[in-house]
Structure formats: structure tokens, C-alpha cells
Write a protein that binds this ligand. Structure first.
Ligand code: SAH
Length: 351
């Protein structure tokens, strides 16, 4: 494996710096992971050492384009990897916090028909350094605007729990070295049961989000193909075990699709699943975002709110997610890294 700037271990850095005093390793480590500075900016190092570190620790992500939403509060980065595959990262700025949404794979093998990444297919897994670098590069961008990144969501391209090992290493790095608390780290999964169990056995209590979208197997088999392998009853058991191990709130993602999963009977079935949990689950309703390969529309706004109200009346906490970045194809399910047809190519500025 080649060494990259944010994938390197402390021991590897020690070997790269062979002959340098130990405190230099600490200075560089701090510069990289807690101050988010590049080696060239590490003014506490002698100049030659800065150049040496810069050359020895190459970046893994080459910027291709950066798109900014009309409101200026969502920024999407398109990166090229060493093998020429492409991924995207999204930085979302809220009044009180900033969140980075990272990709964990180039493409995705889960083939959910309503998701642009699923439509594009799978290219390869990302390694831990490529995941961490997305956070650091977005953090540097936020820092230039006077903002600090507080949250990381594993909700970009790919299925995190089909790539659990590197995802786990990246979580450890963000927690241990970048100082992010586990409650501000969220892993979203389509419902890979062995991955949920593996993550449950890990020491950090990160939040788990499950992309449910349907509350019975017949419907979910059609929307989320992996449901045939990991059906709802088994998935709910794995979620319960996760919650029991971690004591964290579980959330279910529900993309609202016109007529398909937005009817009163769907809300009743969903509420049953939520209430049977070890801890009650929170539902995030996402009005379906348009993608090139899926003809069905998102639910009308009035239906989305009626569905939310019905869930609340049934005792389930539900939030309607604002669709951020649809004008730059940066919203949920729209990340395709240029592999699909552009859905809404209004603005796409060169970095
Ligand atoms: N593979 C993981 C991580 C991706 S998270 C997962 O499935 O959880 C991206 C979220 O956006 C998932 O909940 C996904 O189901 C949802 N999504 C996909 N396509 C969408 C679309 N067109 N509109 C709204 N949400 C979508």
C-alpha cells in the first residue's frame, strides 16, 4: 500500500522522518490532524523539513471541480483518485454547525434504483486515508470561511458497511486524532447486517442511520435489492443489538416516493417498526431527489408533511430533511461524480 498524507500511521511517519527527534513526529501529527495545516504551512518546522514532509506524504485526492449552491451554504467537491476513479464530498454549512458528508466507495454495488450512485455501479473501495482526507480538505475549505466542521456523516457515495474495516479506521482517526466526538459521527447503511454487527463490536458509540424506505419486505425488496439477503425482521434485530451495545439514537432514512411509500398504510407499518425498537427510532423523511435513471417523482410537499404528522400522531419522532444542494446535484442520492447524466447542470465552476 502506498503511503498517503492522511492514511499514514504514526509509526510510518516516524520512519519517513528517520533521524528526526521524536517531538518532530508529534508536531507534524498535530499539524496534519488537529490544526489541518499542510506541511508547507508548518512554520514550526525548518524549511527543508517542510519540503521533505510535503514530498514524502502525497495527497490522495486531486480536485476536479468545486460547485457552490445558489444559497452558498452547500459546497460539493469532485475529486479524482490515483486510479482515475472519481468521488464526491459535500460540505453543508448551517447557522450553528457544519457537516461533511463523505464517500466510502467510488460508486456503489447496492443498486438501489432511485439513487444516482447505485445507478452508476461500483468501481472500488476507498481506503481510510481517502475517507479522512475528504474531511480534512472540506475542513480546510470551511476554515477559510471562518467555520469549523463539527459533524461527519458517512452518507456520500458507496455503502460504508460493505467497506467496514477502512471506514472503522477512518472513524478512529477522526475521533482520536482530529478530536471529533462519537456523537458527531454518523454511519449510514442500506442494512448490511454483518457490517452492523461488526460496527457494534467496535469501541466507539457512533450514530447509526439505516436507509429503510419501506417497512415490509415485498416493498423493500423492490426498492432496496439487498433486502432480499437481509430482510427487515433480521435487520431490526441487528439494529436492536446495536442500540443495546451503544445506547445511541437510531435513525431511519425514508426517501418519499410518490404513491410508492408515502401512503397512510406505509406510515402505520413504519410506526410499528419504530415503536418495537429497544430505543425508539427517529425517522428522517427525505423528499425524493431527482436522478437521471429513475422516472418516479418525489412525494408532493403536502403529502410529506401529512406523513410526518401521521407518524407524530402515532408516537414516532419524524423530521423532514431540507433538500440541500439540489441545484448542484449534491443532495441525498444525487452523487454520481460525473458518471451519470448531469441532472441539473446549472453551476459547475472550475476550482
Ligand atoms: N449506502 C448508504 C450511504 C448512502 S446515504 C445508505 O444507503 O445508507 C444516502 C442516503 O440518501 C440514503 O439514505 C439513500 O437511501 C438516500 N437516497 C438515495 N437516493 C435518493 C434520492 N434520489 N432522493 C433522496 N434520498 C435518496
Amino acid at each position: 500500500m502506498t503511503i498517503t498524507r492522511y492514511g499514514i500511521s504514526r509509526d510510518e511517519l516516524g520512519s519517513v522522518l528517520d533521524g528526526q527527534p521524536r517531538y518532530r513526529v508529534d508536531q507534524i501529527w498535530r499539524g496534519l490532524f488537529s490544526e489541518y495545516t499542510s506541511p508547507a504551512e508548518m512554520t514550526n518546522l525548518p524549511k527543508e523539513l517542510r519540503a521533505k514532509v510535503d514530498a514524502a506524504l502525497p495527497l490522495a485526492l486531486e480536485p476536479v471541480t468545486e460547485s457552490v449552491s445558489d444559497r452558498g451554504d452547500t459546497i460539493k467537491f469532485l475529486w479524482k483518485l490515483d486510479d482515475d476513479s472519481r468521488i464526491e464530498t459535500v460540505l453543508m454549512l448551517y447557522p450553528d454547525r457544519a457537516t461533511v458528508c463523505v464517500s466510502t466507495q467510488a460508486g456503489c454495488a447496492m443498486a438501489c434504483g432511485f439513487c444516482a450512485t447505485g445507478q452508476a455501479g461500483f468501481a472500488r473501495h476507498l481506503d481510510s486515508g481517502e475517507i479522512v482526507e475528504q474531511v480534512i480538505r472540506a475542513t480546510q475549505r470551511a476554515k477559510a470561511m471562518g467555520r469549523r466542521v463539527s459533524n461527519v456523516v458517512y452518507m456520500g457515495m458507496g455503502e460504508p458497511l460493505a467497506n467496514e474495516e477502512p471506514v472503522w479506521s477512518s472513524l478512529v482517526r477522526l475521533h482520536d486524532d482530529c478530536g471529533m466526538s462519537a456523537r458527531h459521527l454518523t454511519v449510514s447503511t442500506v442494512g448490511i447486517i454483518p457490517g452492523i454487527r461488526k460496527l457494534a463490536s467496535r469501541p466507539l458509540p457512533v450514530n447509526l442511520a439505516v436507509s429503510l424506505h419501506a417497512a415490509n419486505d415485498a416493498k423493500r425488496d423492490a426498492l432496496v435489492p439487498i433486502n432480499k439477503r437481509y430482510p427487515i425482521a433480521d435487520l431490526m434485530e441487528a439494529c436492536d443489538d446495536y442500540l443495546e451495545a451503544k445506547g445511541r439514537r437510531l435513525s431511519f432514512e425514508w426517501a418519499m416516493i410518490d404513491q410508492l411509500n408515502d401512503q397512510p398504510s406505509d406510515a402505520v407499518e413504519l410506526a410499528d417498526l419504530c415503536r418495537s425498537r429497544f430505543l425508539p427510532a427517529h425517522v428522517n423523511l427525505i423528499p425524493l431527489n431527482p436522478t437521471p435513471g429513475y422516472p418516479v417523482r418525489g412525494s408532493a410537499k403536502s403529502r410529506v408533511y401529512a406523513f410526518r404528522d401521521q407518524l407524530e400522531a402515532l408516537g414516532v419522532n419524524a423530521t423532514v430533511r431540507r433538500n440541500r444542494g439540489t441545484d448542484i446535484d449534491a443532495a441525498c442520492g444525487q452523487l454520481a461524480a460525473g458518471q451519470g447524466v448531469q441532472i441539473n447542470p446549472r453551476r459547475n465552476t472550475q476550482d
